[in-house]
Write a protein that binds this ligand. Structure first.
Ligand SMILES: CC(C)(COP(=O)(O)OP(=O)(O)OC[C@H]1O[C@@H](n2cnc3c(N)ncnc32)[C@H](O)[C@@H]1OP(=O)(O)O)[C@@H](O)C(=O)NCCC(=O)NCCS
Length: 220
């Protein structure tokens, strides 16, 4: 007898560009069905994205779970907002859902935390460990023995590895290079196009080549 697949209903948190990217990435996964979006901006309520409605704010999560929604994907770039929304999702009793574009290459030894999204063309090579609720951008490359914390944004076209450590809630900007065995702390940001040659501490913004600290950032 042919098995009928009933897709799990999910909601995307964020009706922005990242939300649209999450929705089209989700469209390749026939085991899930996006029922709509939540967003903090009331002006987009009632609008639709790819035919799915913006349902309201994240205060809707519990009632969505009660109506049969099982999971959520977080589509926000700023890591501290990602962390906040992750807590909201868990408190509402929803699961964090992983999305992976079919063109991404993820080696079998990779460990991916719940809710991590891997966009088109990304390569997770050999055995990186990526935490919960990260966003791995278009064509980002993360190589062997690299560890990425929770709630991070790894920008498109960035190159991270090998044996790199990145703390929780950190942004690696578009096209940045984090060289072998370098460490970038928690709650930090590396600017787009920057080249990390020296370790970057917690709670700072670093830019340039070689990347240098230009200011402090607040921690969790
Ligand atoms: C580094 C970054 C976090 C700084 O943002 P910010 O805190 O708002 O800081 P500002 O934009 O005010 O910039 C501060 C200074 O750094 C400079 N700067 C910002 N980004 C830079 C970069 N990538 N490379 C070099 N210099 C940069 C600015 O020109 C400015 O210089 P000034 O003080 O001499 O005028 C941000 O520019 C960035 O690169 N974010 C990553 C975005 C990204 O790539 N996301 C992933 C998408 S897939």
């Amino acid at each position: 007898m042919k098995k009928i697949l009933i897709p799990r209903k999910i909601v995307i948190l964020g009706a922005n560009a990242a939300g649209r990217i999450a929705a089209y990435t989700a469209s390749y996964d026939k085991s899930i069905e996006v029922i709509g979006f939540t967003d903090p901006n009331p002006r987009c309520y009632g609008q639709s994205i790819f035919g799915k409605p913006v349902l309201g704010g994240d205060d809707k999560l519990t009632s969505l779970r009660e109506s049969g929604v099982k999971g959520a994907v977080i589509a926000a770039g700023e890591p501290q907002i990602r962390a906040y929304l992750r807590n909201r999702v868990i408190a509402a009793g929803l699961h964090l859902v992983n999305l992976t574009h079919p063109s991404a290459v993820i080696s079998p030894a990779t460990k991916l935390g719940a809710g991590t999204v891997v966009l088109a063309g990304a390569v997770l090579s050999d055995n990186p460990i990526v935490g919960m609720n990260c966003w791995i951008g278009l064509s980002a490359v993360v190589t062997h023995d690299t560890t990425i914390g929770d709630d991070c944004l790894i920008g498109g076209r960035s190159a991270v590895g090998a044996e790199v450590q990145i703390g929780d809630r950190t942004v690696i900007g578009w096209g940045a290079v984090i060289g072998p065995r370098r460490r970038v702390g928690a709650d930090s940001a590396v600017g787009f196009g920057s080249n990390v040659v020296f370790d970057i501490p917690d709670c700072v913004t670093a830019v340039g080549n070689p990347a240098a600290v230009i200011k402090q950032r607040s921690g969790a």
